[in-house]
Design a protein around this ligand. Sequence first.
Ligand code: ZN
Length: 186
Amino acid sequence: MTKTAELIFREAGAFLEGHFLLTSGLHSPIYLEKFHVLQYPHYTAQLCRMIARHFQKDGVQVVAGPTVGGILIAFEVARSLGVRGIFAERDGDGRSFRRGFSLLPKERVLVVDDILTTGGSIREVIAEVKRWGGEVMGVGVLADRAKGKSDFGVPLYSCFNIDINTYEPADCPQCKAGLPLVRPGG
Ligand SMILES: [Zn+2]
């Protein structure tokens, strides 16, 4: 399972190796360019099926994700489970369901996202689900950069886990080796 998902990222050209400047200002030798995977419906579908399969016996009624990548994941996992898929958009300090999306009290919600790093977006979606009175059944992501250390208080499933080292510029081995620094997505 783990190998398969990582292989999909590599085949899609989403598993980039080199010298990257992260939004945090830290440098990293690996960067996961999630949209390189998400542009291929068949790869996205394969990964989302892994998430759907993991939660298929949990009575999920709605799948919800944060914008932007989470829209695609929520749609595809929901399609696979035969349930509704919705997304939460940035709204002030948190996220909210707009566009007429709503939840019924006690509706069983699976929260999904693409790459789990700090888990901030996922926590915002969970808060919005709870605001509506929904019940969060679990969290599913394509890749977990936090090695399963994130605790959302519900079961977490990741298609694969990856331990990526990040460095302050002063301590960065790629800087010392003189490799050109790349800003991903730039
Ligand atoms: Zn560097």
